[in-house]
Design a protein around this ligand. Structure first.
Ligand SMILES: Nc1ncnc2c1ncn2[C@@H]1O[C@H](COP(=O)(O)OP(=O)(O)OP(=O)(O)O)[C@@H](O)[C@H]1O
Ligand SMILES: [Mg+2]
Length: 358
């Protein structure tokens, strides 16, 4: 598998000051469209009928027409490729494009699971984002927390539990409140006001609900009562420099007076996204985001979710190494911190990987 990582310490450069809203970061952006580079890019999609929300093998759905129209301004050959069989992948390998732009994790063909990024690594074809091994570490929230904790990043104390461990939990001494959420998954699925449990009975009921409705175990953490942030990450792969782009996410209080980014809030888009004005906090968030991204083996871009505890210490919550590439938090973190447009963001993500292969 390819590994383009550079040593962490020597290459770290974190944006420590909030730039003015419309700043154009010349290092990050190179928007001259007068040169259309001779590169071939394939934007992958799976057959329409299979692109359902939360489909397991699609990490993020991308608007392939929009991506194609943006990238066509900068590169000579950009096509959309629908992958519906193993044969489509074989043909893709024969064409050997300079870059694959995709949000697909794996394919199930003839009972065989093929991870797209592994396949592309074997074919020496570049793709956006992190490799399979990093995505695996990020996917399980317990593994992600353990990995970043080993790298010295602060994260809330936790344990994991499935239905068959409930008897052991019943006899364990715990400090309440705790926060209960599915051990894996995104979009705040399975997270609602009952995620904050003040008693053992409430905690067990939530673990059972997650098992029944989402068919997975739970992660039970110390409830972090402070403000919430997300740190967009852009890595310059030629230099190894990281640009960390923190934003604050302010959610309305729920019926019980808590602010959590639960499923309903995300769906209704009721949260407020703000620039982080305090320089100290900005530096701390950038540091946690950068170190977590590095520890998980992230590449090129990602988003790290962080929350403050009651003592205002930033705690790593979870990582998104394939953050949504529509106009959600990742884009907003780029726009707010760098003043860049959506088009510039998409171009940067492609350019970064194309530089990698010269
Ligand atoms: N330990 C915690 N203490 C307080 N709130 C928490 C905790 N863990 C999660 N939350 C709340 O639940 C939300 C969703 O949690 P998390 O980010 O782990 O889930 P997700 O579904 O993977 O989100 P994403 O859509 O970002 O992938 C957080 O944004 C935060 O508001
Ligand atoms: Mg999250």
């Amino acid at each position: 598998m390819q590994n383009h990582k550079t040593p962490v310490s020597s290459k770290l450069s974190i944006i420590a000051q909030p730039p003015p809203p419309a700043r154009q970061d010349a290092a990050v952006l190179e928007m001259a469209v007068d040169v259309v580079r001779k590169k071939s890019i394939e934007v992958l999609m799976v057959p329409k009928s299979r692109v359902e929300r939360h489909q397991k093998n699609v990490a993020i759905t991308i608007d392939q027409d929009l991506i194609k129209s943006i990238l066509s301004k900068f590169y000579s050959s950009v096509i959309i490729t629908e992958v519906s069989s193993r044969n489509c992948l074989t043909k893709l390998a024969e064409r050997s494009p300079d870059l694959v732009f995709s949000g697909v994790k794996y394919f199930d063909f003839e009972e065989q699971q093929i991870w797209l990024n592994d396949f592309l690594d074997q074919q020496n074809i570049s793709y956006i984002g992190s490799n399979h091994s990093a995505l695996n570490k990020e996917y399980n929230k317990g593994t992600a927390k353990e990995t970043v904790r080993r790298a010295g990043v602060v994260t809330a104390d936790y344990f994991t539990a499935g239905r068959d461990e409930l008897e052991t939990i019943k006899s364990t001494k715990l400090v309440f409140p705790v926060f209960v959420k599915p051990i894996q998954g995104g979009d705040s699925l399975g997270i609602d006001e009952s995620s904050i449990a003040f008693t053992k009975t409430a905690m067990i009921a939530k673990i059972e609900q997650i098992s029944d409705l989402h068919n997975c175990g739970s992660i039970i953490e110390t409830y972090l009562t402070g403000r919430e942030f997300s740190v967009g990450i852009l890595e310059d792969e030629l230099t190894g420099n990281i640009t960390a782009m923190p934003i604050e996410i302010v959610t309305p209080k729920n019926k019980r007076g808590h602010r959590i980014l639960d499923y309903d809030i995300k769906k209704s888009d009721n949260e407020l996204v703000k620039r982080v004005a305090n320089k100290d906090l900005l530096r701390q968030l950038s540091d946690v985001g950068t170190r977590a991204f590095r520890a998980l083996g992230g590449r090129s871009f990602g988003r790290i979710d962080i929350r403050l505890c009651s003592k205002n210490i930033p705690h790593f919550m979870e990582a998104n190494l394939m953050p949504g590439l529509s106009k959600g938090y990742f884009f907003r973190s780029c726009a707010i911190n760098l003043g860049i447009s959506y088009e510039q963001m998409i171009h940067h993500i492609a350019k970064n990987r194309l530089n990698q292969i010269g």
